[in-house]
Ligand binder design. Structure first.
Ligand SMILES: Cc1ncc(COP(=O)(O)O)c(C=O)c1O
Length: 441
């Protein structure tokens, strides 16, 4: 198809054969786009329009799109071995060794294909070792699509404090075994533990809840969580599917100095290739039936796939040998201070939040300690701002509360261009009539 309508044509085709035209619910956003190329910090749609990409596929892209060393390693692996599906490959051994070296809680590791599989197995293992059924999660955290955790992420105000499943068809019996607590409140956690003493198998948490942007743990919160779980024989699971490798080779646990019992990893671990991991204490991990005598079922046709393992090795090696984290943290700071300068100059009620390579602008004033605080965010304004950025070639997912990511392939020039466009868009928005609702005066 010639001309500028190829994108729209493909969008229509997609919906003909794929329900809604996308393969993950949150991929269906306006404007509807079909992407045909990705390189470095740039993604290109079917009409040939380039975007500076901050979506990063929900976080995996830490080095940049189509990072040569990662692709080369994956291709080499596939040309050498491909999938055997019995025994072990050298790639799995090398990758497991690397993860145990870097991640403080990792004494043993198992590989699977996606973060949801890793959190599913972590919870099943915790239930097996404790002989208990209930788990605790936190409002605003996302841990994948399975029934035990697929609830209470970006909940409508009337559902906060209630059960808010993400899906019809979830088993009520499973949902009822998950207790939802308020992030950053040790008081709420202690109360939940006391009311369910002897019944809680696991506490699962994103140490920084990035599924609602970036809410930082208050000093002492994660330490308190560790202590409460230790005192009550509860397995503490850090879901580092986003924070692991993106914020540092040792994950956020190395940065905050709190070591969980189990850790889930994925996303930035392999720069976009499908692999995830569950790691943790030896005595827990050895309960899996990959180990002789283990009684917790662990299986998957594609587990430890050579392409994913090779990509993860190349990604981690790039992080070990090049200043990846220095670069993304520096650009993250530059982006955040630039955005803060803009909203301050324009008198917009906003909070620029983030950590390291992650940043976003909430349209509200702080403090922001948990999801309830974020109910004050002007979501209409947030989505309008992002849609206008997308129109001008800056791709931030045009949805409420979504974080943005910087990669090793972003440059100072990308950040400066982004700030310039952000300022233009915010100036335009300030002139709109509804702006008065969000302005300081
Ligand atoms: C913190 C966290 N855990 C788990 C998952 C599930 O990972 P996946 O989508 O790879 O199944 C996600 C996905 O966004 C996540 O953000």
């Amino acid at each position: 198809m010639i001309g500028s309508n190829l994108n729209d044509h493909l969008v229509r085709q997609a919906s003909e054969f794929i329900p809604g035209g996308v393969n993950t619910s949150l991929r269906r956003v306006e404007p509807r786009l079909v992407f045909t190329r990705a390189a470095g910090a740039i993604i290109t749609d079917a009409d040939g329009k380039d975007y500076i990409d901050y979506h990063a596929a929900f976080g995996p892209i830490i080095l940049g799109h189509n990072f040569e060393a990662v692709n080369r390693r994956a291709i080499e692996a596939m040309e050498t071995i491909d999938l055997i599906g019995t025994g072990t490959t050298e790639l799995e051994i090398e990758l497991a060794r690397k993860i145990c070296r870097h991640i403080p809680s990792a004494e043993k590791v198992l590989f699977c294909n996606a973060g949801s599989e890793a959190t599913y197995q972590a919870i099943r293992l915790a239930r097996a070792v404790t002989g208990r059924k209930k788990i605790i999660k936190f409002q605003g955290c996302y841990h994948g699509w399975h029934d035990s955790v697929a609830m209470n992420v970006i909940s409508p105000p009337d559902k906060v404090g209630q059960m808010d499943p993400l899906s019809a068809g979830s088993l009520p019996e499973v949902l009822s075994h998950t207790i939802v607590c308020k992030f950053n409140s040790l008081e709420a956690l202690e109360k939940a533990v006391a009311e369910n003493r002897g019944h809680i198998a696991a506490i699962i948490i994103e140490p920084i809840p990035h599924n609602i942007g970036c809410v930082l743990p208050k000093p002492g919160f994660l330490e308190g969580l560790r202590e409460i779980s230790r005192l009550n024989g509860i397995v503490l699971i850090f879901d580092e599917v986003i924070t692991g490798f993106r914020h540092g080779l040792g994950g956020y646990q190395k940065i905050c100095g709190v070591t969980p019992d189990l850790t889930t990893l994925g996303k930035a671990m392999a720069n976009g290739y499908p692999i995830a991991a569950l790691c943790g204490k030896r005595e827990l991990m050895e309960r899996f039936n990959t180990n002789p005598g283990g009684d917790v079922f662990f299986a998957g046709t594609y587990n430890g796939h050579p392409a994913g393992c090779a990509a993860a090795l190349a990604t981690i090696e790039a992080m070990e040998s090049q200043p990846v984290h220095d670069h993304v943290f520096r650009l993250g700071d530059k982006m955040r201070s630039g955005l803060k300068g803009i909203v301050d100059r324009l008198g917009i009620r906003a909070t620029v939040a983030g950590f390291g390579s992650v940043f976003l602008t909430y349209f509200m004033e702080g403090p922001i300690e948990n999801y309830s605080d974020l109910l004050r965010n002007d979501q209409q304004l947030m989505v309008m701002y992002r849609r206008r950025l997308v129109d001008r070639g800056i791709f931030k997912l045009p949805l409420n509360l979504k974080r943005n990511h910087i990669s090793f392939s972003h440059t100072d020039q990308h950040v400066e261009r982004t700030l310039q466009v952000a300022e233009d868009v915010l100036k335009e928005i300030c002139k709109l009539p509804r702006r008065s609702a969000s302005a300081r005066n």
